[in-house]
Design a binder for this molecule. Structure first.
Ligand SMILES: NC(=O)C1=CN([C@@H]2O[C@H](COP(=O)(O)OP(=O)(O)OC[C@H]3O[C@@H](n4cnc5c(N)ncnc54)[C@H](OP(=O)(O)O)[C@@H]3O)[C@@H](O)[C@H]2O)C=CC1
Ligand SMILES: N[C@@H](CC=O)C(=O)O
Length: 426
């Protein structure tokens, strides 16, 4: 016998439209494999009269009332793809409190209030899934929680923002920053306000979510202290590319001894390294773990269809669990909180872009005991710099430093390897 489950959705923008486009196929798959018929009965939007890109299924009612969706007793599953912090949190809390399972793509919310919402979901015996919140179309969260369950993750390095990677790739190919950002917005990659995309905050939120699942470790925005791409220029991208580096906005979290090191910043990645080849809206997540060693996951990090696919896969899992009566995944609390240090505090080499006259720079370098290898006019590779030298250089307006990947000098590790329980996706 086919059971019917009613679904409600909040938001019908880039991701919501993708969900609608892919809906018939997902419904057929779920019906065929699970004997469950999904009915999308209500979708809430902010502007009821706005023209929509996709026609809604005939049974779907469009509303501008979030409450009409999250408090509807017939709806068992709510998809939140509207974004925002306060409104979305209120809506998800209401949905969970009304006993509905929730699927969200909202990384800002999961990064900042995820643990609270997950605890609520557990108390209410509901599921809360958020695969689309990190790296758009790449199924990285479930891979981490399921496929690394018996492994120990040592390092996660990622290109996690499609917009920023699109801009850096386009600038390397000759476009201006503004042209590239406009194109990313038109393609639906950027947030409605793209500030977080380019400031590194969106990447930071995604690293916070990955950190929780990979290391069982809460990371804060302050610990990650993001540096964005707003001051990276097309000229810098192009000169770096001509001399063997791609500039990438990298998210890094790495365990060394009993410390966790993290950073979000533009990094010069040598062209031989695989993440340098991740271009445009593609994202890439490189994981190093005890058992598997190095592995890399790439795919579209933003965009309507790819992100909607992650949402719909969560719908499939949540539906199956509704049918089986298993909801409210138990989350294992972090077994241990490692001290967190920003990677920028470790000695490493940098690309130095200088607007100073060469003679002034030479004098400056001699005074501060810096070894600079010229790459081309106004561009140098530094020796490994200590944090004090970096601070001095960063205080000079005419100089820009971009760390070079894989040059970090790690502190000597004397502690025993640490095994940290990881949180399940729930
Ligand atoms: N775009 C992408 O590639 C990705 C986005 N995400 C995340 O998915 C979420 C949605 O993103 P995206 O689709 O791009 O956003 P859009 O800005 O394209 O769409 C937002 C939708 O939410 C609706 N909405 C906004 N406020 C309200 C409200 N108060 N009540 C009811 N509806 C509301 C809007 O209604 P209306 O249309 O009437 O204005 C709109 O349909 C965000 O959390 C984003 O960070 C995650 C991964 C990838
Ligand atoms: N704006 C985000 C969308 C996906 O999370 C991005 O560009 O990556």
């Amino acid at each position: 016998m086919t059971t019917t489950i009613q679904v409600g959705m909040l938001g019908l923008g880039t991701v919501g439209s993708g969900v609608i486009t892919r809906w018939p196929q997902a419904v057929t798959t779920i019906e065929t494999t699970q004997g469950i018929h999904l009915q999308l009965t209500k979708v809430a939007v902010a502007h009821l009269t706005r023209a929509r890109q996709v026609p809604l299924p005939p049974e779907t009612h469009l509303t501008d009332s979030i409450t009409a969706v999250v408090a509807d007793p017939q709806i068992q599953l709510v998809i939140e793809v509207m974004g925002t912090l306060t409104t979305a949190k209120r809506a998800i809390v209401a949905a969970l409190t009304h006993g509905k399972s929730v699927i969200t793509a909202n990384k800002d919310l999961i990064a900042t209030a995820g643990q609270e919402l997950i605890a609520l979901a557990r108390r209410e015996h509901c599921d809360l899934f958020y695969e689309a919140s990190v790296a758009g179309g790449i199924p990285i969260l479930r891979t981490l929680t399921d496929s690394y369950a018996t492994d120990t993750v040592q390092a996660v390095t990622g290109i996690l923002n499609g917009t920023a990677n699109y801009i850096l790739s386009a600038m390397t190919a000759g476009q201006s920053y503004d042209q590239a950002l406009t194109a990313a917005q038109r393609a639906g990659y950027a947030e409605s306000d793209p500030t977080n995309d380019v400031s590194g905050l969106d990447t930071t939120y995604k690293l916070m979510i990955l950190g929780q699942l990979a290391f069982g470790q809460p990371l804060t925005r302050e610990q990650i202290h993001p540096v964005g791409i707003t001051t990276v220029t097309a000229a810098q991208c192009q000169v770096a590319a001509r001399h063997g580096w791609q500039l990438k906005l990298l998210a890094q979290a790495q365990r060394a001894g009993d410390h966790l090191y993290c950073r979000v910043a533009p990094v010069a990645v040598p062209t031989g390294q695989i993440l340098s080849q991740v271009q445009g809206v593609q994202n890439g997540v490189a994981i190093r773990s005890q058992a598997i060693g190095e592995s890399l996951y790439t795919g579209p990090g933003a965009g309507s269809t790819a992100t909607a696919n992650s949402v719909l896969n969560d719908v499939l899992v949540a539906t199956r669990r509704l049918q089986q009566g298993i909801r409210g995944t138990a989350l294992s609390a972090p077994a241990r909180r490692l001290p967190v240090t920003n990677l920028a505090t470790l000695p490493q080499a940098y690309l130095l872009f200088s607007d100073l006259a060469p003679v002034d720079l030479q004098c400056y370098a001699a005074t501060n005991q810096l070894v600079l290898t010229p790459i081309t006019a106004g561009v140098y590779q530094t020796d490994v710099l200590n944090p004090q030298q970096v601070r001095i250089l960063q205080a000079t307006e005419d100089l820009k430093l971009i760390p070079i990947a894989e040059t970090v000098q790690w502190p000597e590790v004397t502690a025993q390897p640490v095994t940290v329980a990881r949180a399940a996706l729930g």
